[in-house]
Design a protein around this ligand. Sequence first.
Ligand code: UD1
Ligand code: CA
Length: 450
Amino acid sequence: MSNPNLHIIILAAGAGTRMHSDKLKVLHEVAGRSMIQHVLNTAKSLNPAQITVVCGHQKETLKQALTSESVNWAEQTEQLGTGHAVQQAMSFVQKNESVLVLYGDAPLVEAEDLQTMQSEACVLTAHLDDPTGYGRIINQDGLIAAIVEQKDANQDQLEIQEVNSGIIKAPAEDLRRWLQQLDNNNSQGEYYLTDVIAMATEDGKPFQAVQADQADIVKGANDMRQLADLEAIYQRRLAGRLLQQGVRMPRPETVDIRGELNCGRDVVLDKNTLFVGDNRLAEGVQIGAFSMLENCDLAAGTVVEPHSMLSGVKTSGACTIGPFARLRPGTELAQGSKVGNFVEMKKAKVGENSKASHLSYLGDAEIGDNVNIGAGTITCNYDGVNKFTTVIKEGAFIGSDSQLVAPVTIGAGATIGAGSTITKDAPDNQLTLSRSRQRSVADWQKPSKK
Ligand code: UD1
Ligand code: CA
């Protein structure tokens, strides 16, 4: 569905002083994505004719962050208020367009919420238990007489719990006219967008209040506390969707998703699991408590035991990982393989039914099927300048505490004796070891005290 007359203006020029951060407010993240990106994604899903972003503070950083987006950029050199900000965007607005104003610091609103704003001129409002900080709606039978900002409100007005989300919709030409009449005669000395509401009423074209059924969606982040609040609301929403879809989460409020998480049937996400970036968990995958996954693609039946950290891992069949495994990008595990505690892997492929059960570093390695890697095995893949590959062919057995100095190949069915430092290729089916022979000194005597 496209909206050929819709023009969405996103306000993002403010510094966000109350965040006490060098980072531009709208670039702070909720669920792993910047607030402005959330708002932009929602805007795009409405298929408007145009999107105009009003920038000011750190405008180059903002443009850089949204470099792949096709939007108009309007500049507000001085932040003189939300009304003034919208004014800066009006040169992009066509006569017949309907203007919808969104705020870059209010990322919870979704397309469905905006679709409820059907009338020509309306404001999305919400009923908040604690309305502190928001503009209050002076409501007369569903029509808005005015919006009064917190700092300008009298005692009675402060009691009002219906608040302005900041999101308004109005016909272009009416809005243009009202904006030209704004003054900054208020406690903050700003040109308030909210003042157009009273003008519209005077014009006999009052705005309608459209109350959101989920009050939370109007919330914005002016400070870190509110940002954390938005994060919690957003995470609750994501967890709710996963539960609805059949994902088992014994403690959903402890699971965090920062990006996309795609789950098949009967997936289990245990307590305190964290998902960053793009993760895909096929049927029956289980993620143990306190584990973190980043950009992973796990095949059906894969089990990740607690306290594991996986980044860029791909499994092609059911396998077991952890507890306490650290798997870095380029790790690929085949059906039936097992990576146990305190094993670190990087750019390492492990064949079917192969095992590295404890305490190993496997980097730049190609490991065949049915290989057993003993505890303490290290692939020495780096000479201080370049990286080299270790190849371990199928059925090989690497004894504990061995160092495989790459480039090196361990043949199929080979056995490496425990404690060996292997610097040359080991042939198939032979025992290779490099360590001094063990001997016992029969006539040795313990020293005695002089
Ligand atoms: C605004 C509304 C308030 C509403 C609340 C909802 C006004 C006057 N007040 O207050 O009624 O309840 O949002 O969250 O509109 N911005 C600019 N240029 C400026 C000023 C602001 O681009 O000169 C941008 C900010 O970057 C921000 C947005 O507009 O993304 C809102 O500004 P902010 O200062 O946070 O307004 P609130 O005080 O929250
Ligand atoms: Ca705000």
